[in-house]
Design a binder for this molecule. Structure first.
Ligand SMILES: NC(=O)c1ccc[n+]([C@@H]2O[C@H](COP(=O)([O-])OP(=O)(O)OC[C@H]3O[C@@H](n4cnc5c(N)ncnc54)[C@H](O)[C@@H]3O)[C@@H](O)[C@H]2O)c1
Length: 383
């Protein structure tokens, strides 16, 4: 079996997502399993080339995982003889110039979402990558989660009949940082640093709705900054200038209405941190990150509204679980493997920078809708 080494310049690996999900749970996990089998007797061996701002953090990280290559210079990393792919999990705000530099250096691009801060910039990146002829991809991890794969299985199998509506509930309490430390970085709560719920989560909702249910055609969003003041990593109080909750209504192809609440100021009374319910003429289903339960038309109870009587049925127990019927790996890793195969074998890959730009488009329109207090159409995007 021959081994093909592929160098991946990884920027932002000292951050939450870059470290845990991309370096450890994806790239290092692929190495731990012996590399990525390409199906022709060849094994692909990803070689991370870490790049970032802090030499001591990078060195510590490289030492901890026995990695050889790291640098604080992006140009140096891109010029590394092994480097074929540039990956970006930096703060959203600093992503665009780094990706431009990497495209100019002829590297294939894989990036966290949102791919840029504005639709114009996101489209420009997609265009530049296409013109340069480099492979490109944007993280759309939720599509590879077991719960959503099961939901998609139900959609593809025609379980729902005619889909009527989708309701999504996302969120949890993010501590303010005063008496308990916040569990998310403070930039998320500052608009001037690229933070905010819409910019963070609407890119996810776009690809989830587009790919699992039907393409999004319009958006109406209402935003709030429920917690106006927070305390940062250094214990300093700062004004929260970004939305920490977004209440969105989306129209999808086929007259489907989707409604998704996203909030960092809500306490969880759900089985999972995100849940999507689809109701259709033939049945309904509720999917979380891992599980998906369903109820068929024939098993639907007939509740009668009577506030004078106590509830006599356990509605939750009337649902059935969709079986696994497959082994599910980490969603980030699954997408990485598809992208790596795409780069080296030319296998099809759908989740590119244009798809990523659609997420930025929905975020941009969502913010405008909230500002102007009106519903906005979501026009088709073409490079
Ligand atoms: N796919 C997902 O589910 C998901 C979830 C959370 C975040 N994200 C995205 O991942 C990216 C990183 O988010 P995170 O939560 O890991 O953030 P983080 O603050 O934990 O990490 C940010 C990284 O960017 C680096 N960086 C580079 N320039 C910087 C600068 N000028 N200021 C601050 N940091 C700078 C930091 O060193 C760090 O490595 C964001 O674009 C975010 O939208 C994606």
């Amino acid at each position: 079996m021959s081994r093909r080494v592929i160098g991946i310049v990884m920027n932002g690996v000292t951050g939450r997502m870059g470290y845990r999900q991309h370096l450890v749970r994806s790239i290092l996990a692929i190495r731990e399993q012996g590399g990525l089998a390409l199906g022709d007797g060849e094994v692909l061996w990803p070689e991370p080339i870490l790049v970032g701002r802090s030499a001591h953090k990078l060195k510590e990280l490289a030492d901890r995982h026995g990695l050889e290559h790291w640098t604080t210079s992006l140009d140096e990393a891109l010029a590394h003889p092994l480097a074929e792919i540039y990956f970006d999990a930096q703060l959203t705000q600093v992503r665009e110039p780094a990706i431009r530099t990497a495209i100019a250096a002829g590297k294939h691009i894989y990036t966290e979402k949102p791919t840029a801060e504005s639709l114009d910039a996101a489209m420009e990146l997609a265009r530049l990558a296409r013109e340069a002829g480099v492979c490109n991809g944007a993280v759309q991890d939720k599509l590879f989660l077991p719960g959503l794969l099961k939901l998609k299985r139900l959609v593809d199998g025609g379980f729902f009949g005619r889909i009527l509506s989708v309701r999504g509930e996302f969120g949890y309490w993010v501590f303010e940082g005063d008496w308990q430390q916040a569990q998310r970085p403070s930039w998320n709560y500052r608009a001037e640093d690229g933070g905010g719920m819409i910019l963070d989560m609407f890119p996810h909702w776009r690809y989830v709705l587009d790919n699992v249910v039907a393409p999004v055609r319009s958006v109406y969003a209402h935003t709030a900054t429920h917690i106006p003041e927070r305390v940062d990593e250094r214990g300093r109080t700062y004004p929260a200038t970004a939305d920490d909750a977004a209440y969105g209504i989306f129209e999808l192809d086929g007259g489907i209405t989707a409604q998704i609440n996203s909030s960092w100021a809500v306490r969880v009374d759900r089985d999972e941190l995100v849940e999507f319910q689809i109701d259709g003429t033939e049945g309904s289903a509720v999917a979380g990150l891992r599980n998906c339960r369903f109820q068929h038309r024939a098993a639907t109870p007939k509740p009668v509204w009577n506030p004078d009587l106590p509830v006599t049925e356990s509605f939750r127990s009337q649902w059935q679980q969709v079986p696994d019927n497959a082994e599910f790996d980490n969603g980030f890793k699954v997408q990485w493997e598809l992208f790596l195969k795409h780069v080296v074998t030319g296998s099809p890959y759908h989740w590119d920078l244009l798809q990523g730009a659609k997420g930025v488009q929905l975020a941009e329109l969502g913010l405008r809708s909230a500002r102007e207090g009106r519903r906005l159409d979501v026009p088709a995007l073409e490079i």
